[in-house]
Design a protein around this ligand. Sequence first.
Ligand code: 13P
Length: 248
Amino acid sequence: MAVIAGNWKMHMAPEEACTFFGAFEIDEMMANNEILIFPPAISLLAAYKCEDRDPRVQLGIQNVHWEDRGAFTGEISAVMAASVGASYALVGHSERRQLFGETDEQVALKVAAALRHGLIPVICVGETLEEREAGRVNEVILSQLDLALTSIPDPEARFLIAYEPVWAIGTGKTATPMDAAGAHGTLRNRLEQAIGATTAARTEILYGGSVQPSNATEILAAQDVDGVLIGGASLNPQSFGEITRAAG
Ligand code: 13P
C-alpha cells in the first residue's frame, strides 16, 4: 500500500484530462494503493465529472490561496477547489517557491486554508543542489517543515509530506534510495518530536523527482518512503499505471 500521486503541473487541458482517465484503468495489482491526480485548476471540474475516471482516483489542486475569497486576481481558494472535487492540495511545491517567490510563511497559511476546508495538504519540501552541496539538506527541509507544521494545531488532522529535492525534478537525476531514506527519516523524526509518535508513524512521506517506471520499485522499497509524487511520468496513463503497479 502506497500513495501514488501525479502532479500534472501546467499540462492537460480539460478534454485531455478526461482522455487520460479513459486510458487509465486500475487493475488488481494497483488497487491497494491510494491514487491521486493533481490536474491544473482549470481541468479539475472536468476531471471530477469525467465518467471515465475510476472514482478510486482522487483529485487535488496544485496550489491554493490562503484567503477564502477577495481581490486576488488569478488566485483560487481552497473552498473553491473543494467545491469542484478536490480532496487534496499540494502546498509549497518547489516550482511555486522558486518561480513564484512563495515563502515558508505563505506555505503555512496555505496549509491552514486547506485544512479549514477539508482538503488534505501535501506539504512539499526539498533542497536545491547548492544547498545539498553545502551539506545543508537537513537544515533546509526541517526549517520548511517546521513552519508548515505551525498550521497543524490538531494532531488528528491528516496531512502528507512530499520530499522533492529540487535538483531531481525534471532532470532525470533521482535521489538514491539511500538519500531518500535519509531525508525521509529526518522528516519523520521531526514529526515525532513536534506532533508525536502516532502522527509521525501514520503520516505518509512521498518522494518526488524524476520517478519513472524504471526506478519506482527501488525508490518505493526505501525505508520511510510511503509513496511517490510524479511529474512527467504521470502524464502518460501507461507509465503512471506501471509505477502504480510497482507499488503493489
Ligand atoms: P518530475 O517527476 O517530472 O521530475 O517532477 C516531479 C515533481 O515535481 C512532482 O511534483
